[in-house]
Design a protein around this ligand. Structure first.
Ligand code: C2E
Ligand code: CA
Ligand code: CA
Length: 653
């Protein structure tokens, strides 16, 4: 919710600014248009006034000319000049009237109209007097004419001229008023624009501050998300690494520990009970550790079901050992989630600073290695990092790598090959079968024990390719033996793996048998107890078919596995192979003695052949013969040999 809001505000920032800028532009445009309107109307008023003024000036000018002409008419003695002046007087009167007519057509203020009306009334009174003055002058009656002019006409004319002066003053006032008003209007508009712009800037400052605050909150939230695991609310891997690095930077005097936890069988818990239970288990697991640790220690979720504890509070290495011991016990418990009882335990690995590493990466890697070796020990264990474990892991890694390239190169340099160990039938003294055993001589010429590289291959998908190689080689060998003295020698092939690869292996075996046109009776398959629980119903069906065709099926290393004996019923087996671990103590070790006897009896009662592996001494052989073991395999009789050196004729009981 928080994040959605922040995102929305982030989007509003440019929108808000765009709006403010748009408003500022808009108000400026409105203001500009208002100012222009004011200027236009003032201009048209001025133009109108100047038009009116022109006509007023014309009228005033004509009127004052008429006064001058009248005075000249009184003064002249010349009758011709009198007529001329009278003519001029009439011309000025026409001018006056024309200007007045034009003026009357213009737009005018009411006051001006009123003044013109006053002028009309005054002119109406003295206009006829002018003709009278002229008539008196023409008749030579100068005195009455002068009296009429000076006492009646000229004062009225002066009143008209005064009126024009008032009109001109009035026009000027109107104009300057309009000018002042326009200036004040412009001022108002500008003030409004400035106020508006200040408000806009103010709003944008508030908006920016608000958005920046949200942004800061969002950044904080993002930083939290980048450094915290949401499910457990613990620091995440990045956070932990920087925590360790920071602590190392401070050059700590006391040692500190990095402890790696991996919840045992978390994947199956998740698969069986669902992710909700898995998530709750992770939370409760974290809570349990958190209860134990001090504030200066940092528990983090490293990823998946892995947690890492940075233990800063310890004073000595022993304290770390004690705490890990305690934690291991505390975590080995059962909890109830959604009414399901879940058994919780963890494999724990620890590394110590500065002994096992001087930087975060090395400390974490070594704690992980220690955790891995704790897991190998059978889970619910804890291990401190040791150089030996690390070397062993490195060696295993190198071995896997080398084996992988041998298989990728299709064993071109023959590093891999099969050897065959003959088996002795104790009753008849014959050798009719052998076991194919894989040998690996690496590019340095070193022989690597099958016991070492096969379990490693079983942990990776290399085992599938190895098994296919063995099947191909064993079938090829069998086809080579077809026309030799070894014709009829059964080859027992060891197969190991998981339920995914078994069907592929069995198919490859059948294809090979067909390809070389071999009798299936010439083969046996050995399955270890270790891998038997991986055999699916489909594989059992395949095995049944193969058994019908005469393929022998043995349970290898019998007695060492941890699965129930029920597979003796489920699988179509023909043979039990007693592991050499039980043979080694024969005939003196009472337990071996009892166990071997029991296995032979069990095998026979199930109608199975019993093979004893690892027979090294005559005494062992005698013991096995005494208790009716069917077949013996071991150095006492023969070591494994290359295929071309095997011959059953050379073997004698
Ligand atoms: P395994 O199937 O129980 O093989 C018997 C092992 O005992 C062989 O060791 C063999 O050399 C050894 N052995 C035979 N006689 C004696 C004896 O008298 N004393 C002692 N101490 N050992 C004896 P190897 O060849 O090292 O094989 C070890 C294991 O590796 C085998 O045990 C088998 O589980 C696995 N393995 C070997 N070859 C293959 C293979 O081709 N495929 C698969 N999947 N596993 C194989
Ligand atoms: Ca075997
Ligand atoms: Ca065995």
């Amino acid at each position: 919710m928080h994040r959605i809001l922040s995102k929305r505000f982030k989007g509003l920032l440019p929108l808000g600014f765009a709006m403010i800028i748009a408003m500022m532009i808009l108000t400026s445009l409105v203001a500009a248009s208002q100012i222009k309107q004011g200027a236009d109307s003032m201009l048209s008023a001025i133009q109108q006034h100047s038009k009116n003024n022109k006509q007023l000036r014309n009228m005033s000018h004509a009127e004052s000319s008429r006064s001058t002409i009248l005075v000249s008419m009184i003064q002249t003695q010349d009758p011709f000049l009198l007529d001329e002046l009278y003519f001029d007087l009439n011309a000025q009167t026409t001018k006056f009237n024309a200007a007045r007519e034009i003026l009357m057509m213009q737009e005018m203020d009411d006051n001006l109209k009123e003044m013109l009306e006053q002028q009309r009334k005054l002119s109406q009174i003295y206009e006829p007097m002018l003709n009278e003055v002229y008539s008196l002058l023409v008749e030579g009656k100068k005195v009455p004419a002068t009296l009429l002019l000076t006492q009646q006409t000229l004062p009225r004319q002066k009143a008209v001229l005064d009126l024009f002066k008032d009109m001109a003053d009035f026009q000027y006032n109107v104009e300057s008023e309009a000018n002042t008003k326009s200036k004040s209007d412009n001022h108002k508009v500008l003030t409004n624009v400035i106020i508006f712009d200040i408000v806009s800037v103010f709003i944008s400052i508030i908006l920016t501050r608000f958005i920046l605050r949200r942004q800061r909150e969002q950044d904080k939230e993002l930083a939290y998300l980048a450094t915290t695991d949401i499910l457990t609310e613990l620091p995440n891997r990045t956070n932990l690494i920087s925590n360790i690095s920071l602590h190392i930077k401070k050059k700590p005097v006391k040692p500190f520990a990095v402890i790696f936890f991996d919840i045992d069988y978390f994947k199956s818990i998740n698969d069986n009970y669902g992710h909700e239970v898995g998530d709750e288990l992770l939370r409760q697991f974290a809570n349990k550790i958190n209860w134990f640790i001090k504030p200066q220690d940092v528990l983090s979720r490293f990823g998946g079901d892995e947690f890492v504890l940075l233990l800063r509070s310890i004073k000595s290495e022993q304290e770390a050992v004690d705490l890990v011991n305690k934690l291991s016990n505390e975590l080995d418990t059962s909890i109830t989630i959604n009414e399901n009882e879940i058994f919780m335990s963890a494999s724990i690995g620890a590394s110590l600073y500065p002994l096992d590493g001087k930087d975060a990466k090395t400390l974490l890697t070594n704690a992980d290695i220690a955790m891995y070796s704790a897991k190998e020990l059978g889970r619910n264990c804890f291990q401190f990092f040791s150089k030996e474990t690390s070397d062993q892991l490195e060696r295993e890694h190198a071995m896997c790598h080398a084996l992988h390239s041998v298989l990728k190169n299709q064993n071109k340099d023959n590093q891999l090959c099969l050897q065959y160990q003959p088996l002795l039938n104790i009753k008849t003294g014959d050798t009719t079968e052998c076991e194919a055993l894989l040998r690996w001589k690496n590019h340095n010429g070193e022989s690597i024990a099958a016991d070492e590289f096969i379990p490693l291959a079983e942990k990776t998908n290399l085992i599938e390719k190895l098994n296919l190689f063995v099947i191909d080689e064993a079938c090829k060998q069998q086809s080579l033996w077809q026309n030799t003295r070894n014709n009829g020698m059964r080859i027992n092939i060891n197969l190991s793996g998981n339920k995914i690869i078994f069907p592929k292996l069995l198919k490859r075996f059948i294809d090979n048998v067909e390809f070389y046109n071999l009798d299936p009776k010439l083969f046996g398959i050995e399955l270890t107890e270790r891998t038997i629980h991986e055999v699916s119903k489909g594989t059992i069906k395949h095995l049944e078919k193969m058994r019908e065709k005469g393929v022998k099926i043995s349970i290898d290393d019998f007695g060492t596995g941890y699965s129930s004996l029920s597979y003796l019923k489920k699988l179509p087996i023909t043979t039990l192979k007693i592991d050499k671990e039980f043979i080694v103590g024969l005939p003196d070790d009472r337990a071996d003695h009892a166990l071997v006897k029991a296995i032979i009896t069990l095998g026979h009662s199930l109608n199975l052949d019993v093979v004893a592996e690892g027979v090294e001494t005559y005494e062992q052989f005698v013991f096995l013969k005494k208790y009716s073991c069917d077949i013996a395999q071991g150095y006492y009789y023969h070591r494994p040999l290359p295929g071309n050196k095997i011959s059953h004729l050379q073997l004698a009981a």
